[in-house]
Design a protein around this ligand. Sequence first.
Ligand SMILES: [Zn+2]
Length: 356
Amino acid sequence: MKKIWENTKSYNEFIQKSSNMKYFYQNLFIYLSLLLLMSCNNQKKEGNQSSEKQKTSTVVSVPSFSADSAYLYIKEQVDFEVRVPNTLGHTRCANYLEKKLKSFGAVTIVQKASVTAFDGTELNIKNIIGIFNPNAKTRVLLFAHWDTRPWADNDPKSSNHRKAILGANDGASGVGVLLEIARQIGIKSTNVGVDIIFFDAEDYGASSSLHPSVNSQDTWCLGSQYWARNKHKAGYHAKYGILLDMVGAKNATFYREQFSESFAKHIVDKIWIEAESLGFAKYFINEPSSWITDDHYYVNDIAGIPSVDIIQYKKGSETGFFEHWHTLDDTMKHIDKKTLNAVGTTILNMIYKEKD
Ligand SMILES: [Zn+2]
């Protein structure tokens, strides 16, 4: 992906939307719930003092993230070649992802649907879901898109603009990191429930260069839009969500994306503080980036789960994204294990420190 909202008109539309009554009532509800929770906690406090002491003194042991495994999982996806909906590589990769999640002990659900793309194509999509610790009430949602873009419309050669990309970074990297996290959870479970969703058809959106007459951000992220309206479990909710997108390039920098900041500032804070404490401040830059339409937007806006996008952003570059974004050169040679390690280790620390 994705579209960066550079003009203030789009930004203003969003702000206006955020301030409407729906959000007012949502915020009021959250505020009242918090008040209630605080008063309950105060009542409990005295009796629980000794157990609280015990809790705070417990050192959480967080497993080590293996960047080698994540790298291999990225390569295995890229080996299927392009993963555009309705292609053979897409079908094969879907089977691989489901099998992998199952092998790590997840309960899996493959959510199949047919959605219509902006150009009229019917896309057979699959959102692939892995559920860990299904009975835990407190849940964290981790997600990434697994499809690849059918058009290399940012390639330096215009003759390549209608060819599909391999998407080593744009697609496979986030999924690879999450597969390694799934493997770790399979070995040592977390206190909270963890749901991993690989969303489909994120990257089938209309671009200004190839499809100038289409101008809608909703042409992107079709899998997450579908899931947000048809969750895999009725009434599903997670405490928060984290999206990984383009998390594999060498010396990648992740800034505080602005939709994430608007919907889930407390989670952005938590991630960036965690990353810094682990020594990854050179990757996780504690500064704002831009407004980026990505799967987290719909998980926030439609599903109402406060979600953060960890996405490479390059300040001062022409597109804002990594150099090989939406080009035929988005291949394994640009995937760097140090970056995978920074992202994977940060997420593992986040989820293993969560209490049910
Ligand atoms: Zn993309």
